[in-house]
Ligand binder design. Sequence first.
Ligand code: PMV
Length: 328
Amino acid sequence: MTLSSAPGKVYLFGEHAVVYGEPAVPCAIERRARVGVQRREDSKLRVHAEDLSLDGFTVEYSGRTDDHPDVDVSDSLIAAAMGYVDGAIDQVRDVTGEDDAGFDVTIESDIPLGAGLGSSAAVVVAAIDAATRELGVRLETDELADRAFRTEYEVQNGQASRADTFCSATGGAVRVEGEDCRTIDAPDLPLVIGFDGGAGDTGALVSGVRTLREEYAFAADTVETVGDLVRQGERALETGDLAELGDLMNFNHGLLSALGVSSRSLDAMVWAARDAEAYGAKLTGAGGGGCIVALDPTEATETALKFTPGCEEAFRAELAEEGVKRLE
Ligand code: PMV
């Protein structure tokens, strides 16, 4: 068996706008998906997945997701989990030339699904890395990130930027603008995360922003303003100015809210963090539900979030310096 792990991420700045070519700065966090892969004698895939949102299920199938495996979890979760694993394995077969390779795949993740912390990117990166190594091929990080991006792009019908997959593969703080992805220096950031227990529908949220942007010039301007804010945020990261980073995160949340991707529980958690005198707070990822990220070196935000109605979990997150980890 070959085992790899890859981290989740938060967006310090720039989600949604990144889809239209503006820059974004995601940052990898020490919450990981671990994927174990064992080659099979036949060409089937058997997937066992466990994470915060699923009780754990095992599916055995020979082909595509439309085989409708007989397990007791919602179709959309199965389709999501299976779609990403299918896509990752397609990339592995393509890059190794082993078109008929079959695998037993075990997924374990401490990243909530669909909550803005990059769970699918982490699973895809770790799966591609483990399965290629299981076949004796070791991909360079850039190639791994690219193959993982192609997987997400296909599974999400073209609604994906390179941000999540690049960040998960390389670790650290990164800057993504279109095809240009690079690691950037970041100070030690006191990140606190609040999770409402829910998930947003990324595809629907991205389409919602696209429609607004087509309909109203000021919505298109809002997307461009997020780009300006990200450039300012990069300068604040260079100087390590937490107060300015926090102000810009607050501003970014307001703009995301204007674009219609916040929710009552995300706003409640953002306000709890602000009232607790965090430097700043914003939703992270697609929105609609899921997580917020705040900057606070004290205990105040984490404590306030724990008492905020609608917040199911609050935790501190360390920056993950290392992206994909080769474990066995
Ligand atoms: O919610 P997440 O972690 O999948 O992030 C989505 C970020 C978007 O900018 C909305 C879409 C993308 O692929 O960049």
